[in-house]
Design a protein around this ligand. Structure first.
Ligand code: G6P
Length: 500
């Protein structure tokens, strides 16, 4: 498309996600302060020059009064964001309930929460009704802001009902839906009471995307086996209407990390951290390598396999006494979804295990595990990645896992080793450079830790080079660009398969 002056016009995009990329804090009756969270999606879209994006989503706060809502809407408009206001009851049923207590564990192969299984089964219908109501509220806001020619890009498991609601408003609207989690085997999906309704709603979209070819394949199988539709190499066909289905593996904005490592503040931070661990490092000089700091950075979520990771580290210490007091596991566990019971239980479980292991292997001067229940700012995180010798990304399941990418991007000088779960989407792209593990097998993870700590420099170099090349060439910007331009330049199905 061209403007009246003959210049190419940017594609207008409405990005719809459960959460806006800003956190809002109320300062007074009609005043708000906003903090941008520069997550993967934001940097991905900022990098796509041909796109003019606006965001629609929940601001993450309850704003019951009109004065507050008007003021927040105005403040967000400056950041190109449009809020969807959800009240506490709907957040409880839709976000805490259906999204995070039902869909999230199910899509990560964890089933329904054990203790609450019966209770969850009983409240299922009311939570699903709330889910549909919430999705309809998102659709209403999209519809108010939609202009002819816009592309609407819906994100994640929170909004599986949205494509259908949008097409009911306007069948010509171009709608894409992308899932950031795994899509499980059709045998798992078919246990969901609302399995067919969800699939049909997603199929209302023109394009459906997943991180890996396997997730896309599971989705197509679910549509053929559960709905009896026809799967084609391009997607799923229902009475002559084709919904394209494809894999679009996300990446990171690797330049942002490269730039950060050049900042004086980050360099100072790296020096401080290096000095802090130097004492322990010298003791290891008799070894052929200088690897010492092991790092885990995860949201405190059951899918991240934090207890299993820590138990594997305990096994490693048990079986490798020579490394005790010479290696430290730094686990950053960022609190998340703290209103959901399962997450509260996980926090206590992790604290209990860390306490026990530190009691068992700690000395008066050092403990083997430093565990922090908090997030770190971007610069501190970059510094930590840069001084890390071995990163442990051992999710039980993970849509992609960008921590593994971020670690690689910050390892320019060090050539640290990545231990990566075979159940993270990233295993399909970083598998050749990482040490792949089954996170449920703590003996295997313990052995991989020992292997990583003793890995010869030339092997580290080779593995790092492979991963670094991938992370710096398959960026978040490429991901967003491919998805948004897919309709106009669809790759052939053969290319789609060959890419993975
Ligand atoms: C995952 C989901 C995202 C979600 C994020 C944080 O990565 O795929 O959609 O935003 O977790 O979870 P929260 O519930 O805090 O938004």
């Amino acid at each position: 498309c061209y403007s009246s002056e003959g210049k190419p016009m940017k594609q207008r995009l409405l990005v719809v996600a459960n959460r806006l990329p800003v956190s809002a804090f109320r300062r007074g009756e009609d005043s708000w302060s906003l903090e941008i969270s520069a997550g993967g999606l934001v940097s991905a879209l900022l990098g796509v020059k041909e796109v003019d994006a606006k965001w629609i989503g929940w601001a993450g706060v309850n704003v019951p009064d009109e004065v507050g809502q008007r003021a927040l809407t105005k403040a967000l408009a400056e950041k190109r964001c449009i809020p969807v206001f959800l009240d506490e009851e709907i957040v409880h049923q839709y976000y805490n309930g259906y999204c995070n207590n039902i869909l999230w564990p199910l899509f990560h192969y964890l089933g329904l929460p054990q203790e609450d299984r019966l209770a969850t089964t009983r409240s299922f219908q009311s939570q699903f009704d709330a889910y549909k109501r919430a999705n309809q509220m998102f659709a209403d806001v999209v519809n108010q802001h939609y202009e002819d020619g816009d592309v609407v890009w819906c994100h994640d498991y929170h909004l599986m009902f949205l494509p259908k609601c949008l097409k009911e408003y306007n069948s010509k609207m171009k709608v894409g839906w992308f899932l950031h989690t795994p899509f499980p085997s059709s045998e798992i999906h078919r246990t969901l009471p609302s399995r067919s309704e969800l699939l049909r709603s997603v199929l209302a979209a023109d394009l459906v995307g997943f991180h890996t070819y396997d997730y896309a394949r599971h989705f197509v199988s679910a549509c053929t086996r559960i709905l009896g539709l026809e799967g084609t190499p391009e997607g799923v066909e229902d009475q002559g209407k084709l919904t394209r289905v494809a894999a679009f593996p996300i990446g990171i904005d690797s330049d942002r990390f490269k730039r950060a490592l050049e900042l004086p503040a980050v360099k100072d931070h790296i020096n401080e951290l290096t000095q802090r661990f130097a004492g322990r490092k010298e003791k290891m000089l008799s070894f052929s390598c200088l690897l010492l700091v092991m790092l885990g950075v995860d949201r405190l979520d059951m899918i991240k396999g934090i207890p299993q990771k820590i138990l594997a580290f305990e096994k490693f210490l048990e079986e490798n006494p020579v490394w005790r007091d010479k290696v430290v596991l730094l686990q950053i566990a960022v609190p998340t979804r703290t209103d959901v019971h399962e997450y509260q239980k996980l926090t206590s479980q992790v604290h209990e295990i860390v306490g026990r292991i530190n009691g068992r292997f700690g000395t008066l001067t050092a403990v083997p595990i430093i565990h922090l229940d908090r997030s770190l700012d971007f610069q501190a995180l970059c510094a930590l990645y840069a001084v890390t010798d071995v990163a442990l990304v051992t999710s039980l399941r993970d849509g992609m896992n960008l921590v593994s990418y971020e670690f690689v991007a910050c390892q320019g000088a060090k050539r640290g080793v990545l231990i990566l779960s075979e159940f993270a989407g990233a295993a399909q792209s970083l598998g050749a450079g990482a040490l792949l593990v089954n996170p449920w097998n703590i003996t295997e993870v313990a052995n991989s830790i020992a292997y990583a700590l003793n890995m010869p420099a030339d092997e580290r170099e080779k593995r790092h080079r492979h991963n670094y090349a991938h992370v710096t060439t398959h960026t978040a910007q490429d991901w967003a660009e491919t998805f948004v331009s897919f309709e106009s330049h669809p790759p052939t199905p053969f290319l789609l398969l060959a890419d993975f």
